[in-house]
Design a protein around this ligand. Structure first.
Ligand code: ATP
Ligand code: MG
Length: 274
């Protein structure tokens, strides 16, 4: 499943949302996911998640693809593992990605990973953002709790008013007047009917970003009481359900819980003998 993340304006928190969601989803499905940085103006996946200058990414992919050398094995050389649960592809610096390269890349990602998250440039006019949004299974639009920002999104229905759009209201605070109900009301008036998920404002996120340890936020708060984590879980569950992945994972876990996975080989051996 390909999830694209975008926003009508810079600085809404789309990269942090992409990272936290990716880590959370990976843990839920028990497999690594990949984050691809297609926001070459910020390169902030690399900034937040990589501690070396040598980061593998879209330029390596482009070179291999153009020279006809791209194989599943070679693909690994374009990817950097930043933890057990997340691989990243840094954004392109040298090459321009066209529509067909993006299409091929998304197909490749879909054949290797259960979940690929693409962080795109925040803009209502960026061609790559539009291409990726159109080709993804789910598009997350990230806004803040500001009527002005929400209006910017509503003014671009050709990008955002699509069936696979989910709205994330990031840095959400209950004490701010313009709340989820108002946002839903404005969306309805503009003919939008997407699901809306708040993610709370949390000072610990800022601290972890400043310390270059953003992965710790999800890892350290998994079993805690933070409302942000409960909200992230609700968003992740909705996405997995929409993609039909959650029911499969749930079934596997249920079997595991009642020990069927352990018992199956014994039963098989028994029936083979008899
Ligand atoms: N839920 C949150 N609570 C508090 N701070 C947050 C939250 N989400 C993001 N931030 C802070 O907002 C800042 C910007 O976040 P981020 O880099 O994700 O924005 P962005 O939308 O990707 O920006 P750009 O458009 O420049 O790429 C970060 O310093 C981060 O700490
Ligand atoms: Mg960003």
């Amino acid at each position: 499943m390909i999830i694209s993340v975008t926003a009508p304006r810079k600085g809404m928190g789309q990269t942090i949302t992409a990272i936290n969601l990716s880590l959370f989803l990976s843990k839920m499905i028990g497999e690594a996911s990949i984050i691809i940085d297609m926001n070459r103006y910020c390169r902030d996946i690399e900034y937040y998640l990589s501690n070396t200058d040598i980061t593998k990414g879209l330029d390596d992919y482009y070179s291999l693809s153009e020279s006809g050398l791209l194989t599943a094995e070679n693909f690994k050389t374009c990817v950097k593992k930043v933890c057990d649960n997340i691989d990243i592809m840094a954004s392109n610096e040298c090459f321009e990605l066209g529509s067909s390269e993006i299409e091929n890349l998304l197909t490749q990602i879909g054949s290797i990973y259960k979940i690929g998250i693409i962080d795109t440039a925040s803009s209502n006019t960026n061609a790559i953002t539009r291409t990726v949004a159109g080709k993804s299974h789910i598009m997350l639009a990230v806004v803040n709790q500001s009527r002005n920002i929400v209006q910017q999104m509503l003014k671009a229905p050709e990008i955002y008013n699509v069936k696979h759009m989910i709205l994330v209201v990031n840095r959400y605070r209950k004490d701010v007047g313009y709340d989820i109900r108002d946002i839903k009301y404005d969306m309805q008036n503009a003919g939008f009917d997407a699901e809306v998920f708040p993610l709370n404002y949390d000072i610990d996120i800022i601290n972890e970003c400043n310390d270059h340890s953003i992965l710790n936020y999800v890892l350290n708060n998994e079993s805690g009481q933070k409302e942000y984590m409960a909200q992230l879980k609700a968003l992740a569950e909705y996405i997995l359900e929409a993609a039909g992945i959650r029911s499969a994972v749930r079934k596997e876990n249920e079997y595991r819980n009642i020990g069927i996975l352990k018992v199956l080989p014994i039963l098989n051996a028994y029936f083979q003998k008899s």
